[in-house]
Design a binder for this molecule. Structure first.
Ligand SMILES: Cc1cc2nc3c(=O)[nH]c(=O)nc-3n(C[C@H](O)[C@H](O)[C@H](O)COP(=O)(O)O)c2cc1C
Length: 349
């Protein structure tokens, strides 16, 4: 079983299990709040070898909702720095920050207030996308980005990465999935451009330049990852072979790992959910790429967890770590992965 340690760019991972990024929509003016200290501390105590902090916006209009975490100014930097310092004292494992821009999926209501709904026009902001195509009937028409705005976006990802490294994060994970802006640029469903940022030639100019610009400022012992779409689950959408093409391009620019996700370009697709539903696709993509590959998706029992670990480099767990924090440590095989506090040890025998 491949739960063993691994070193990437000099950064040590104690095991291959990862806490999947999970948005909390609980920031204070874009900064981590008390809730983040509680939530992330709990997740660090699961025994996973690394943690990815929820998607964090590179700009104000890049937020999904008004309560998203952000990292683009010095106030955000100061508060993220405090959070990382606190978390590292709890458990010193790699902590990465997922960074993103929501594009046409932004200006939205907080999902636990109102699911899949844009804010009212007077409360929200103008959203941008590769092409003027709505996310769904009830969503507003986004403005098409011009090349100046696209070049600015590359700088925003670079700037947020620089701040993330300064704050003490061990790496950044660029969000290119789940229907957000970089996914919108990858998918034929949302990108109908015919300039160099279109995807008919599949040279992924925008994604390539974002990874390249982060690689240029990457400090020692830090890493760059990406969350990508293996399938849009739509007849005319992204297929695993498109994902492989993207990953082979990004590998040359210095990407260290990819997490294979799926769905999200429009609210409803034919995606089927069952334990480990992305493992087969991620395994196929791994066989055709030289990158380290992770996936997630209902990996919530020991049998499926072992299967995922056998085929992939990293396995991410989300909801199970929240609704059953000691899920890993309760199992004899995985118990040694965590550091159960002395005071608690005998509760696990
Ligand atoms: C509350 C919640 C918030 C999420 N936020 C993010 C996020 O910020 N970034 C991301 O890439 N995925 C996000 N996801 C998806 C998870 O990372 C994960 O891929 C998904 O929940 C499937 O894994 P699971 O079945 O182990 O939970 C979120 C999922 C949940 C349930």
């Amino acid at each position: 079983m491949k739960t063993d340690k691994i070193k990437i760019n000099g950064l040590n991972f104690k095991n291959r299990l990862v806490v999947s990024p999970m948005c909390q929509y609980s920031s204070r003016n874009g900064c981590p709040s008390d809730w983040h200290y509680y939530h992330l501390r709990n997740l660090l105590e699961t025994g996973a070898g690394s943690l990815v902090v929820e998607t964090t916006s590179v700009s104000s209009i890049g937020r999904i909702t008004k309560k998203d975490l952000c990292l683009y100014n010095n106030t955000h930097l100061r508060e993220h720095k405090k959070l990382v310092k606190y978390l590292k004292k709890i458990r010193n494992v790699p902590i990465l920050l997922q960074i993103s821009h929501s594009g046409r999926k932004g200006s939205a209501e907080i999902p636990f207030v109102k699911k899949n709904s844009p804010l009212k026009k007077k409360d929200g902001w103008v959203t941008y996308a590769p092409s003027k195509i709505k996310r769904d009937k009830n969503w507003p028409l986004p403005a098409e980005m011009n090349s100046k705005q696209i070049n600015n976006l590359i700088n925003q990802f670079k700037n947020t990465s620089k701040l993330a490294f300064k704050a003490g994060y061990d790496g950044v994970e660029v969000h290119m999935a789940h229907g957000y802006l970089l996914h919108q640029f990858c998918s034929p469903i949302s990108n109908k451009r015919i300039d160099k940022f279109g995807n008919n030639l599949q040279n992924y100019e925008l994604h390539k330049n974002i990874i390249k610009s982060i690689k240029n400022i990457l400090p020692k012992k830090k890493i760059i990852g990406a969350r990508v779409t293996g399938s849009d689950n739509l007849p005319k959408g992204i297929k695993p072979k498109d994902c492989i093409k993207l990953l082979n391009i990004l590998t040359k620019e210095g990407l260290n790992y990819a997490c294979i996700s799926s769905g999200g370009i429009i609210p409803k697709t034919k995606m089927k959910f069952y334990p480990g539903f992305r493992i087969k696709m991620a395994k196929y993509i791994k066989q055709n790429s030289s990158l380290l590959i992770r996936t997630s998706g209902l990996i919530n029992n020991y049998v499926i967890l072992k299967k995922a670990i056998k085929h992939l480099d990293f396995v991410a767990v989300g909801r199970k770590f929240i609704n059953d924090k000691f899920f890993l440590l309760k199992n004899k095989k995985f118990k040694k992965l965590g550091n159960i506090p002395e005071q608690y040890y005998y509760c696990f025998n």
